[in-house]
Design a protein. Structure first.
Length: 672
């Protein structure tokens, strides 16, 4: 078993010294993970038959592929077509891992648009044969309605099959407000782009219509002039027949006029046909213009009404969706619980009501409302209305739970976790790679990143028995070399925690996050480390569990619904047993500070607000604590600190997309 936790104080925060510098221009790229085709094995059958097996596909570092004599395309994760050539033959032969890789390739998109329906087909082929990773990916498609009908019940069914245990519960998690607003803004942006395109189409059609009308008017004048000329020739012909007395001259003149009239009538007929064609074009363009105007008006109305209306996120208490999507509820211990939430809205809010009672927004659009529980259960409806009349609402039920004896209602985690009865050996060996960057060469230096890293390393080593490697002020080469070293030496019996504290950057166009080493340049991505590259390394690791804790955005995460949970009401013995089960399942998790804004670098004293909360919860753990429980305690503490200084910072927790997550969770095991 192995676990990876990665704490990134990127966007505002970030010791052994760094490793040696690279020896060649391709040294750093040799750490990148590629789709490698290894040579076939030479096998002997009996004493006389020698044959070569088919080539084998593996995900490994470019350097490792070269050493083993393999073939690969130079690192280019934007070119999924090359990866498809590696994995498709194996997938068609029934290899479940290859089928899942092919599904992920289609879900990412072959340089164009994602093909979710084809991805679902490949996931299903592997999932129906019991491949957990494919089952989880298929569940996320059903939850979001991508390539398949949106079906929460089907999503939960596939999540349970991925877990392989009926004792682990899953639920459809409410979407984060920030994610909802980002999605709605993207939809509005798309509508506006379409509106602009339709406006350009209408202008083009109108221009063509005006030109056609001018041409029609011109042809109409030419036809009338030609008709008058023909009439004039006919009158001249009649006069010639009446007045000319010389028979020979009259016959010649009549023949000439008749020939001219015939030519003029042919020209008149041609111009009439051209005019009919232009009239038809004008009619068609007028119809197109009307259609374009109607479409443009519909788009204007749709754009006006499809803005990102208010989105309500409940921070406290934690909401849980009942099985099969039958309602949302939260368990509370008090008769007068306080509901804490945040409203995200593109425009000013006009009203916010909780059970028809008006509430005020505090700093950072946070609200707090006390709810009376006259009975065991109390429905709650929260409604927000913005200046444009758009509404957002949340409905759930508060259910009073029986309080445990001698359990004080403290604001912070005085003692958290589960007392440990089993031995630490049952959870495997724990390692940590801790990175802290303060002294940037070309970027603003940070204040707390190195202190955060040193203290996290100390707590993990002293209180949790981790074998820690500490990097201070690391370059791109240092970080990738260290990650590759962990990939090469650790096995499925190890747990690995990687803590990163340093600057980070998010590319809004493709939602790709980056870690910025100390040699990063502000306007060049050459020395940046994208989360795509990091995810590839994590996917190639044989470790059982990975947890990325990032104090910045880590794009590409799965839904929180894919995270298995422990049911309430379990005895300590049952919880310990299930934690052991979850710790032995392959997981790839990420914990982030929330938004993409600069995080609080020193609001927690000598540590960042996020690192301070992380350390406090680790110190308060009495034994066993899954990552999701740590996250629950950390989230409110960070949000509270951020709210006091009027900043937006709400942590998130979810599996990492395309890193090989199947089920389970990271379990912190205190050793003293």
């Amino acid at each position: 078993m192995a676990a990876l936790a990665l704490l990134s104080a990127a966007c505002g925060t970030a010791g052994t010294q760094p490793t040696a510098r690279p020896t060649g221009p391709g040294a750093v790229e040799s750490f990148m993970v590629v789709d490698c085709l290894l040579p076939g094995q030479i096998r002997q059958l009996g004493g006389q038959v020698t044959y070569v097996t088919a080539r084998r596909a593996v995900k490994t570092a470019a350097r490792d592929c070269e050493i083993r004599g393999g073939e690969y395309v130079a690192f280019d994760r934007a070119n999924y077509a090359t990866a498809l050539k590696v994995w498709l033959p194996l997938a068609e032969q029934g290899d479940q891992a290859a089928q899942t890789y092919v599904g992920e390739i289609f879900e990412k998109g072959l340089g164009v648009q994602p093909d979710y329906a084809t991805a679902a087909t490949w996931y299903r082929r592997a999932a129906e044969r019991g491949y957990s990773r494919a089952a989880l990916n298929l569940g996320t498609l059903y939850e979001r309605g991508l390539g398949v009908p949106r079906d929460p019940a089907q999503a939960l069914s596939w999540y349970r099959r991925a877990a392989g245990s009926k004792d682990v519960a899953f639920e459809i998690a409410p979407a984060a407000a920030t994610a909802e607003v980002v999605q709605l803004r993207a939809e509005v942006g798309e509508l506006r782009r379409e509106l602009d395109a339709k406006g350009r189409d209408l202008a083009r059609v109108q221009g063509e219509l005006d030109a056609a009308r001018r041409a029609l008017d011109g042809r109409r004048g030419e036809v009338e002039a030609e008709r008058r000329r023909v009439e004039q020739l006919r009158r001249e012909l009649d006069d010639t027949k009446r007045r000319e007395t010389n028979a020979g001259a009259r016959a010649a003149r009549v023949a000439e006029l008749e020939r001219t009239i015939t030519e003029r009538e042919a020209a008149l007929a041609a111009k009439s046909r051209e005019m009919d064609g232009l009239r038809a074009s004008v009619t068609r363009l007028e119809s197109d213009s009307r259609d374009q105007r109607e479409r443009l008006e519909r788009l204007r109305q749709q754009t006006a009404t499809s803005g990102a209306g208010p989105v309500i996120q409940i921070l406290q208490p934690e909401l849980r969706t009942l099985r099969d999507g039958a309602g949302v509820r939260a368990s509370v211990a008090s008769d007068r619980p306080v509901v804490v939430g945040r409203v995200a809205s593109e425009t000013e809010l006009v009203t916010l009501t909780v059970n028809d009672r008006a509430e005020k927004l505090l700093a950072n659009n946070v609200f707090r409302a006390e709810i009376a529980l006259p009975q065991a259960e109390q429905p709650v409806r929260i409604v927000a209305v913005d200046r444009q009349g758009r509404r957002g609402s949340v409905d759930f039920v508060l259910a009073r739970m029986q309080q445990r004896a001698a359990t004080p209602a403290a604001a912070g985690p005085a003692r958290v976790g589960l007392p440990r009865a089993a031995s630490t050996a049952a959870f495997g060996r724990y390692h940590a790679l801790v990175i802290g960057n303060n002294d940037y060469k070309l970027l603003r230096p940070l204040k707390t990143a190195v202190a955060d890293a040193r203290e996290v390393a100390r707590v993990l080593e002293a209180d949790y028995g981790f074998q820690v490697r500490l990097l201070v002020n690391a370059t791109r080469y240092d970080i990738l070399a260290a990650l590759n070293e962990q990939r090469e030496k650790l096995t499925e019996k190890d747990n690995l925690l990687i803590y990163y504290a340093g600057h980070g950057e998010l590319d809004d166009r493709n939602q790709r996050g980056h870690w910025l080493p100390i040699d990063a340049e502000p306007n060049s991505t050459a020395n940046w480390i994208s989360n795509v590259a990091i995810t590839d390394v994590l996917n190639a690791m044989t470790v059982q569990q990975l947890l990325v804790v990032a104090d910045s955005c880590y794009a590409g995460t799965l839904t929180r619904s894919a995270l298995g949970r422990l049911e309430g009401g379990l005895s300590e013995g049952e919880r310990q047993r299930l934690l052991s089960v979850m710790a032995h399942q392959r997981s790839r998790m990420v914990m982030t500070s929330g938004g993409v804004e600069p995080v609080l670098d020193s609001a927690g004293g000598r540590h960042s607000a996020f690192a301070q909360a992380f350390l406090e919860v680790l110190r308060a753990n009495v034994g066993l604590m899954p990552g999701q429980e740590l996250f629950g305690h950390l989230r409110l503490r960070v949000a509270s600190v951020a709210d006091r200084v009027q900043m937006r910072q709400v942590p998130e927790y979810a599996p990492i997309k395309y890193a090989g997550h199947e089920s389970g969770d990271f379990v912190f095991v205190r050793s003293n």
